[in-house]
Design a protein around this ligand. Structure first.
Ligand SMILES: Nc1nc2c(ncn2[C@@H]2O[C@H](COP(=O)(O)OP(=O)(O)OP(=O)(O)O)[C@@H](O)[C@H]2O)c(=O)[nH]1
Ligand SMILES: [Mg+2]
Length: 494
């Protein structure tokens, strides 16, 4: 009996069983796209998928360049409990007039791309066409800053968090909460009302401290900045306390209550986040917005360096720890990428990579990613500028041309978001160490200490069309996205 002769329901069941079997037999790469808030994760994932699906211009992605990719398409993701990445909605934002960047991510989502390809080797080819699943998760970058908490107790975390609040550049935002803290007796009997009042002030401080520059590293915990579905939950009702001499807090005290809540936050929020989305990665791309940190000046680059180091340490836990127990796999390829390289002329990309290496090197060394192949590159997932040369007297300046976002300013000029401008962003220093050595910003200003020789504007995304009149899906412009894909997936499509 042929499939066509079976009853509809039976034929469907058989087809589904066949499809699930094929799914089970298809190898999967779990690709981690790791990055702090606004580092470029959502744009990277959207551009990656679009270029795979639409067969983009990817000359250094060999499977594509050799014409071996038969088809790439989105499939239902494996975890039904996680929402799907809003790929089409993000593309639709980019295709608007004027084009819009996707909004900052507020919840977790997942996506599976299936790639059908012809294997490169003659022997492999005799086994028939190849298939590969690529699973990717997108999440709010704010949540990433919680990973280092996994290794900390309340007594470890509290003094660090209080010291962060006392840093000069956060003093204004932190003042009401610090005043509350100085009048507080942590050994007094526990009180939900006091905990709620302190949490409200602590949360307001965290949000205000990051407001001037949301692209920069912000103190957490991450869910206080972006609670997702935990808004108002008791899991988010705690705050750090000043260092305490002697033993811990007695039972029944406010201090003991806050310490317990901190542990619950780790157990019920941070651990599942890490276990479900990071512990089983095969490959990882770490996106770093080094240019925003350079732009901000002061200690921003050094702070970025420290936080990336602390975050990446979680991926290489010491033996016999909670983390090592849940990390069965090893990440065998790790790519550090400086995003938004289209903010610079290509002649400055080498310097950007040197800065990135400075940020990444300590992380690699201290987190001992020994065994993994590591690469560093500057890229733009969605190229928004083109290059030009401007003459200033007898000098030729390498410029970039694009449409600055509304509200961007340069040299006294305020941009309206519609006008194209040729911009000379300045030269990155040849010696990146000079950037991490700048003095920390002082009270009330996030920009004191800015290195005046460089200034990067935010640009509108390029104009794109979703479909040409002949029904083709044009790919998206990029810088070195193909090299990134080759490194992350190339060998799995050989
Ligand atoms: N010029 C340029 N800007 C980019 C590029 N990628 C990202 N951006 C800028 O960076 C911003 C943040 O990018 P997202 O992809 O939303 O960053 P994210 O890491 O998903 O951020 P969260 O969702 O907040 O964690 C965008 O709104 C753009 O302004 C790029 O390739 N080129
Ligand atoms: Mg995002």
């Amino acid at each position: 009996m042929r499939l066509s002769e079976l009853s509809g329901a039976t034929a469907d069941a058989l087809k589904n069983a066949g499809a699930s079997l094929l799914d089970l037999m298809t190898p999967t790469v779990r690709l981690g796209v790791t990055g702090l808030a606004r580092s470029g994760k959502t744009v990277f994932i959207t551009a990656l998928v679009r270029n795979l699906v639409a067969g983009g211009r990817l000359p250094f992605f060999s499977a594509m360049a050799d014409g071996r990719i038969t088809r790439a398409y989105l499939e239902p993701q494996p975890d039904d409990s996680v929402p799907r990445f809003a790929y089409e909605a993000h593309l639709a934002e980019l295709a608007k007039d004027p084009p819009q960047w996707p909004e900052s991510t507020r919840r977790i989502s997942q996506l599976r791309v299936t790639i059908e390809y012809t294997p490169a080797g003659t022997v492999r080819r005799t086994l028939g066409p190849g298939r590969l699943h690529v699973d990717i998760v997108d999440y709010p970058g704010e949540w990433l800053i919680d990973l280092p908490l996994l290794d900390m107790s309340f007594a470890d975390w509290s003094p660090r968090a209080v010291a962060e609040a006392r840093a000069p550049q956060r003093a204004t935002a932190a003042k009401p909460w610090l005043a509350f803290l100085s009048a507080l007796d942590p050994d007094a009997p526990s009180s939900e009302q006091v905990a709620l009042a302190g949490t409200a002030l602590f949360t307001r401080y965290l949000l205000e401290a990051r407001a001037p520059d949301s692209e920069l590293m912000a103190p957490g915990p991450g869910r206080f900045l972006l609670p997702g579905d935990l808004a108002g939950s008791p899991l988010l009702t705690f705050f750090p306390l000043p260092p305490k001499a002697g033993a811990g807090y007695q039972r029944g005290t406010l201090g003991a209550m806050l310490a317990r809540r901190f542990e619950s936050y780790k157990t019920h929020v941070v651990q599942p986040f890490f276990r479900d989305h990071f512990a089983r990665l095969d490959r990882q791309i770490v996106l770093i917005d080094a240019l925003s940190a350079v732009n901000a000046g002061g200690g921003a680059l050094a702070e970025l360096q420290r936080s990336m180091e602390a975050i990446l340490r979680c991926f290489r836990p010491g033996p016999h720890t909670w983390l090592s127990a849940i990390m069965p796999r090893r990440i065998d390829r790790l790519l550090f990428a400086a995003t938004k390289a289209d903010h610079l002329h290509h002649t400055s990309h080498d310097r950007l990579e040197v800065i990135l290496r400075l940020v990444a090197e300590k992380a690699i060394e201290r987190a001992s990613f020994a065994g993994a192949e590591v690469r560093v590159m500057a890229l733009a997932a969605l190229r928004s500028t083109r290059e030009a040369e401007a003459r200033e007297g007898r000098q030729r300046l390498p410029c970039i041309v694009g449409v600055p976002m509304p509200g961007e300013r340069l040299g006294g000029k305020l941009y309206d978001g519609r006008t194209e401008a040729a911009v000379f962003p300045g030269d990155l220093p040849a010696d990146p160490a000079s950037l991490t050595a700048l003095p920390a910003p002082t009270a009330g200003s996030a920009v004191v200490g800015r290195d005046a020789s460089v200034h990067f504007l935010r640009f509108r995304p390029p104009r794109i069309t979703l479909e040409t009149p002949s029904g083709e899906e044009p790919a998206l412009p990029h810088i070195r996205l193909d090299r990134a894909i080759e490194f992350l997936l190339g060998d799995r499509l050989a």
